[in-house]
Design a protein around this ligand. Structure first.
Ligand code: UDP
Length: 346
């Protein structure tokens, strides 16, 4: 039996095709048109399109996500009046603030470094590169353990003013470890503590750059809060050495890279006075929310596995930064008051 023949329509034999034959009209599209014309549906659709268009046109472009390289490092907006010219890495970037250098288009904005890290991990996987995540001591938040060891999980406020940066970096570490375990990407993770040195951005609001620039400009040093919070300051060449050892070595990390020398902000202000201008005034200002009370890296792991430790103490590193700042602020090396102060401490 031929099953197929049962399924084939056959016109009865000897019967001519109907004279008025025409292709079947597209019933579905007519039904749709009739449906749209009934009960003013078309008017509502057009009205909806007009609203959507105006909303997307008027909304600030800050809702866009970008893969711009800037997003990997810092997120920005001028929201904190204490931070003079540039917004900081803790501030999100969605309220029409200043656009940082090198970031020309307003559409190129992002809130954290997460998307950038993900993109770079994807790239590292594709081209077989070794990937370095420059993470931060911020992953420890306001630490309850002191000094901070890499095994400490931290104490981070997930909804505070620093959260965008802190949680972003924590997520970036998670992604990095995941790409390592799951996709075989060779990775290294450094947790960088407060670093200073020549060529640092003069007005980005960090404490060392603020104090140095203020002392050079004969402005008061702005100490936030009571100035008793501590940080550990690392000279940039020590960091570079640590990062190179990390990339050339076999250990993934995370590694704390920082100088264990711990200073209160008042002590730092004093070192800046000694280095630049003994008469520099101190002005207390309200502190920012969620400011960590103390920070000091435990660098045992880096010492043992990378054979690394910082060599430049604050009192040696600061004058090197000062001469660079002096040149950039004044355009020359000859500010008499500063030269005298520097010589005194050298
Ligand atoms: N700080 C300060 N005066 C300033 C800038 C910062 O007293 O002009 C304080 C700030 O409140 C914080 C510490 O210095 O307690 C370090 O600030 P920074 O932004 O350099 O680094 P982070 O807080 O990320 O460690």
């Amino acid at each position: 039996m031929n099953m197929g023949s049962e399924l084939t329509y056959r016109r009865p034999e000897n019967q001519p095709p109907p004279e008025s034959y025409s292709p079947k009209p597209n019933k579905q599209s007519w039904t749709f048109v009739r449906y749209m014309l009934r009960e003013q549906r078309l008017v509502f659709v057009l009205f909806g399109i007009a609203i959507a268009t105006s909303v997307f046109t008027l909304l600030p472009s800050s809702t866009h996500i970008t893969t711009d390289a800037y997003s990997v490092s810092e997120s920005v907006q001028l929201m904190n009046p204490q931070r003079s010219v540039y917004p900081t890495r803790f501030e999100s970037f969605n309220m029409g603030g200043k656009i940082p250098l090198g970031l020309k288009r307003k559409g190129l904005r992002i809130l954290t470094n997460v998307v950038g890290t993900l993109n770079m991990l994807g790239l590292a996987k594709r081209i077989g590169a070794r990937f370095l995540l420059t993470s931060t001591s911020e992953v420890y938040g306001d630490p309850l353990q002191h000094p901070q060891v890499e095994t400490y999980w931290g104490n981070v406020n997930p909804i505070g003013v620093r959260s965008c940066y802190d949680e972003g970096k924590r997520t970036a570490e998670t992604l990095t470890m995941d790409y390592h375990r799951g996709a075989g990407v060779e990775v290294r993770i450094a947790r960088i503590f407060n670093t200073y040195g020549p060529r640092m951005c003069i007005d980005d609001g960090r404490v060392v750059s603020n104090f140095v620039a203020q002392a050079l400009r004969k402005e008061p040093l702005t100490v936030y809060g009571d100035g008793k919070q501590t940080r550990s300051f690392q000279y940039v060449s020590d960091l570079v050495e640590g990062l190179m050892r990390l990339m050339e070595g076999e250990h993934i990390g995370p590694f704390n890279l920082g100088n264990p020398g711990e200073f209160t902000m008042l002590e730092l202000a004093q070192v800046v006075q000694e280095t630049i201008d003994p008469n520099a005034k101190i002005e207390f200002k309200p502190n920012t929310e969620d400011d960590p009370h103390k920070r000091k890296p435990d660098i045992t792991k880096a010492k043992e596995l990378l054979g690394w430790k910082p060599k430049v103490p604050l009192r040696k590193g600061l004058p090197m930064m000062v001469s660079d700042f002096r040149q950039r602020i004044f355009g020359d090396q000859k500010n008499p008051a500063i030269t005298t102060a520097s010589t005194t401490t050298a």
